[in-house]
Design a protein. Structure first.
Length: 285
């Protein structure tokens, strides 16, 4: 399974990052969005990241130019017909993903590999909705994609050995360090991280300390790059709430249950950095 052309479904924060690292690694990369405005925003995010990198001396001008030359955008699914692998990074909604896979199945070649960047959904379930469950795997990147080294590779029950090896090698070719994760909600990282974040919210509710003191305690006491509330705001409170609900539904363990405060903040639209306010206020940032 030789991979030359990569398709990316979705040009949001994660999709744009995935498209960037693929193009930067020398792959012809085609990223697809549902609307032209979303596509322009995503491609603009990539251009800005690379241009800023050049200005700071972190990215060579030649690398920036080659990356952008390898990259193209479209709103048409049929333009992904030549792709050897398609990485799906759309909204975390099973039905929307199923619709995308069905449309893709109709236009790509029989040997094309499908990967989902889902952070919580069952890979076996997603693969079963396609015509190629043996050529389907999870490929979970971490935000920000161009910087974070880790990628979780997840095998579904039907994932063929050849597919798994090809996807694992593909991740390595992007300069990432892949690990193999089980097809269970949360995989490895979120299975350990989400209960920690939920516990931080519960302890804050119970009066353990201020937001700042808890964050400082975990940063300076454990060497974490950021405290739990800064991380929650960065990840998105709605994203954390969604993942926690899926994990609680699967495991039925109290540690995966979203705390009431998290639910209320999501209902109030306080989603973190992306909405301008979460546990901290970013309106003047």
């Amino acid at each position: 399974m030789q991979i030359r052309t990569v398709g990316v479904l979705g040009c949001g924060l994660m999709g744009a990052g995935i498209a960037q690292v693929c193009a930067q690694s020398g792959y012809k990369t085609i990223v697809r969005e549902v609307e032209d405005s979303f596509l322009k925003k995503g491609l603009g995010r990539i251009d800005k990241f690379l241009t800023d990198g050049v200005a700071k001396g972190k990215v060579a001008q030649e690398v920036r130019d080659k990356t952008m030359a390898n990259l193209s955008g479209t709103t048409r699914l049929d333009e992904l017909a030549s792709c050897d692998i398609v990485v799906e990074a759309i909204i975390e909604n099973v039905e929307e993903k199923k619709k995308s896979y069905a449309a893709l199945d109709a236009v790509v070649g029989a040997d094309t590999i499908f990967c989902s960047n889902t952070s919580s959904l069952c890979i076996t379930e997603l693969a079963a909705t396609t015509k190629r469950p043996d050529r389907f795997a999870g490929l979970h990147f971490f935000n920000p994609v161009p910087i974070m080294k880790l990628v979780e590779v997840i095998r579904g029950l039907a994932t063929a050995d050849q597919t798994y090896q090809a996807v694992f090698g593909f991740a390595q070719s992007l300069g990432k360090e892949p690990i193999t994760a089980p097809d269970r909600p949360g995989f490895i990282v979120n299975r350990l991280l989400v209960p920690y974040l939920l516990d931080a919210i519960r302890e804050y509710e119970s009066g353990l300390g201020t937001l700042e003191d808890i964050d400082q305690g975990m940063k300076l006491g454990t060497g974490y790059p950021m405290g739990p509330f800064t991380l929650l705001d960065y990840v998105g409170l709605d994203t954390t709430y969604y993942i926690a609900n899926i994990m609680f539904e699967e495991y039925r363990e109290p540690r995966f249950a979203p705390p009431p405060l998290l639910k209320r903040m999501v209902l109030a639209g306080r989603l973190g950095r992306k909405s301008g306010r979460g546990f901290y206020d970013y309106s003047n940032a």
